[in-house]
Design a protein around this ligand. Structure first.
Ligand code: GDP
Ligand code: FE
Ligand code: FE
Length: 202
């Protein structure tokens, strides 16, 4: 990925060290996805007058914990020192890797910026309230160049013309996908859909 670069790490780590730590925590396909999300987040930040370097960093690390083992997630959720809601134990790694991923990002990458950590936390489910950075990471994850599901071109068009519309498109389609596969809907996904996914009154 030639156009992937970080100007800032929002951490004491150098850019090279941070990139190598991320690479070491996942397989090659997931690493390329993280670079793709970073590139897309940078473009969306420019388009929406947001800090491009912060969006590029948040996009790059959003799936840092994607390949952490289940028993490791469970150990971190159960440790009272970490203050995680114990209801998380009723969910699975699809839901854990963002929310609980913030623990590993703080521990391994020394990133403490609350805007970045919140965007990581919300990147899978969205939320009722979403900052510009939350929205950028959420949709960049969905439309990065490596994604190829049916409808992705329409998702790209919608998102590059209007960020909020992109969030709505993704939530509506994710909800549809989950229901079609008879999967359990995380309450935040549904609450986010009710805010961002519905047609606005004219
Ligand atoms: P990825 O980490 O780049 O693969 O993308 P995401 O973090 O957006 O999504 C991870 C997985 O979580 C996807 O397979 C989604 O379909 C799934 N997911 C998102 N919302 C929900 C939900 O409410 N319930 C369940 N069961 N899965 C969800
Ligand atoms: Fe993810
Ligand atoms: Fe992702």
């Amino acid at each position: 990925m030639n156009d992937f670069y970080l100007n800032k790490t929002f951490s004491d780590l150098s850019s090279d060290l941070l990139v190598n730590k991320v690479r070491a925590n996942m397989d090659e396909a997931r690493f390329r996805h993280c670079q793709g999300v970073s590139i897309t987040a940078r473009k969306l930040a420019k388009l929406n007058n947001y800090d491009e370097d912060k969006a590029a960093l948040a996009g790059f690390i959003h799936d840092y914990a994607k390949q952490v083992a289940n028993d490791e997630f469970i150990r971190v959720i159960k440790d009272p020192k970490n203050n995680f809601n114990q209801d998380l134990l009723n969910w699975n790694r699809a839901i854990w890797h963002g929310i609980v991923g913030t623990y590993f990002i703080k521990r391994d990458l020394s990133i403490t910026d609350s805007e970045i950590l919140t965007a990581i936390k919300r990147h899978t489910t969205g939320d009722v309230e979403m900052t510009t950075l939350d929205k950028i990471v959420f949709v960049a994850d969905y439309i990065e160049p490596g994604r190829s599901f049916s409808g992705v071109d329409e998702a790209r068009e919608v998102t590059f013309s209007n960020l909020d519309a992109g969030v709505g498109y993704e939530l509506a389609h994710t909800l549809q996908f989950l229901a079609n596969n008879r999967q359990k809907i995380y309450p935040k996904t549904l609450a986010a859909y009710n805010v961002w996914g519905i047609k606005k009154e004219k």
